[in-house]
Each structure stands twice: as structure tokens, then as C-alpha cells.
Design a protein. Structure first.
Length: 171
């Protein structure tokens, strides 16, 4: 049995018929081809699959696609339309906030919600906000530094021209 769903993803309406068991992360990656959202554990621990659902950071391996019917979803691709870096992505680039980059999309989506709710978050608040996101490479120092640095940028919605760096921060 398949169920029809309509979900707005990065500003575009998408419609499909999906199995009730299909996780939202697999809808994004396998049905829509938005592979910037990574799957690290599939068990709600690593946070690499974090996206925004109606503005709230959600681990997309934790929610069924049918539960997101009618929602407004944003993935890492939606932060960088037309190859322009979002200020948080730019801050990750400027502050070496990534190594392998696997956790980076989830970190950036979590940071996006965090800074929207608390644009002047302290370092401690940033660390607390990242508790659901695991990084195996960096030791977190430069990730936290990047997010704090992003606060000083003019506007969280303002974008900057992407260079060669855009892909690294968004994939
Ligand atoms: S893949 Fe979703 S939390 Fe790890
Ligand atoms: S940069 Fe490799 S897991 Fe975070």
C-alpha cells in the first residue's frame, strides 16, 4: 500500500506516493536525489541527517515521510541556492569547521535553527545546542568557533558568492 504525500522541500512543492515505512531521510535522498543530507547511524544518534521541518531541526531518520505530509522542509541544499554560501557555511569554511565533512550538513542545519532562535548564543549555548550532533574528526572546537563567528555576520539570511569552497560545506 502506498500513501500520497505533498511536501514543500527547499521552496518547491514535491508530491509522491510512498510506503508508510519510508523514512523522511530516504525520501529526500532516494526519491528527490537530495544527497546532501547524510545517513550516519539510522538510529537517531549522530545528527548527520538533521534538516528543518517547519523551521525546527529534526533528525530525518527519526520521522516517517508520511508524518511530514504538508510540511515545509529545508535541507542543506536549500541554504545555498544558486551556488551561494549561507553565512554559516562561510563561517565553517573560514574557521576550518570541518575535516571529512560528513557531519557538516547536520551541524549546519542544527546551527541554523540555533542562531535563528538565539542569534547571540554564547559558546556554552552553542555547545549545548550541538549535543545531538556527533563529529568523529574535529574535536568540535572549530565547529563551535564557526557558529559563534557566524553570529557576527550581518544577517543569517544574507548569502555570499561561493568559491570552490561551496561544495565542501554543503555536501
Ligand atoms: S542518521 Fe539520523 S541521527 Fe544518525
Ligand atoms: S568532520 Fe568528519 S565527522 Fe565531523
Amino acid at each position: 500500500m502506498k500513501i500520497p504525500v505533498s511536501i514543500t522541500v527547499n521552496g518547491k512543492e514535491t508530491s509522491s506516493e510512498v510506503e508508510p515505512r519510508l523514512l523522511l531521510v530516504h525520501y529526500l535522498r532516494d526519491v528527490l536525489g537530495l544527497t546532501g543530507t547524510n545517513v550516519g547511524c539510522d538510529t537517531t544518534q549522530c545528527g548527520s541527517c538533521t534538516i528543518l521541518v517547519d523551521g525546527t531541526a529534526v533528525k530525518s531518520c527519526t520521522i516517517l515521510t508520511v508524518q511530514a505530509d504538508g510540511s515545509d522542509v529545508m535541507t542543506i541544499e536549500g541554504l545555498a541556492p544558486n551556488g551561494e554560501l549561507h553565512p554559516i557555511q562561510q563561517a565553517f569554511w573560514d574557521n576550518h569547521g570541518l575535516q571529512c565533512g560528513f557531519c557538516t550538513p547536520g551541524m549546519i542545519m542544527t546551527a541554523t535553527e540555533l542562531l535563528k532562535k538565539n542569534p547571540k548564543a554564547t559558546e556554552q549555548e552553542v555547545r549545548h545546542g550541538l549535543e545531538g550532533n556527533i563529529c568523529r574528526c574535529t574535536g568540535y572546537e572549530n565547529i563551535v568557533k564557526s557558529i559563534v563567528a557566524a553570529e557576527s555576520m550581518a544577517s543569517p539570511t544574507k548569502t555570499k558568492k561561493a568559491g570552490k569552497s561551496a561544495k565542501g560545506a554543503a555536501s
